[in-house]
Design a protein around this ligand. Sequence first.
Ligand code: C5P
Length: 228
Amino acid sequence: AHHYAIVPAAGSGSRFGAEMPKQYLSLAGCPLIHHTLAALCRCPAIERVWVVLSPGDRYWPQYDWSALGAKLETVYCGGETRAQSVANGLAAAETAVADDDWVLVHDAARPCVSAAMLDALCRELADDAVGGLLAAPVADTLKRAGEGQRVQATLSRDGLWQAQTPQMFRYGVLRRSLAAFPDVTDEAGAIEAAGYAPRLVRADASNLKVTFPADLALAEMILKSRRE
Ligand code: C5P
């Protein structure tokens, strides 16, 4: 089976609170999403990378992406939700991808995914019928809040993992699952709703999602430490 990647990058980044969508914020000298796409384009197993932009994206054309090479395809078909953007990206890739090929769906906002993590994901799921995702065991103690923001309960973190991306699934199963269960926050959610059990592939917290300004500084430190 071949490997392809889809990068939803059509979010507005409203939680970040910047003027510009967060994927274009400057990180270690270039737009955040450049790091994300470079990691995927450098992965030898991945043959093509579709980046799903918002139809009104006026930032993308302002940069030079040629350093990323020939694997990159841009499609302006972002949707209302992340799941819709992914579904639209899967539809755009239709003619190039077969039903049992692998699709790695990776957030534009996770620039620190490493070559080792991508290798582990592809290797550990190679014989799987459906697929799985990178994830990290939960490190913090989790509280459920009740009235007046008071603790109602402390949850056991036993067996709890934080889902990350890439999430890698067979194209056909993923496309059908997302079409049937569009109200999900990640691909695995749709796959689970369709009755499958995605495999968790262990990654670590360095594969962070840039959501708030403090995450950007941390991401920069992680990228710089890898260059040393
Ligand atoms: O907002 P959040 O950080 O959860 O977004 C995760 C990823 O999904 C980001 O890369 C964002 O650009 C993308 N997204 C999208 N279309 C949307 C909403 C989010 O492609 N409508």
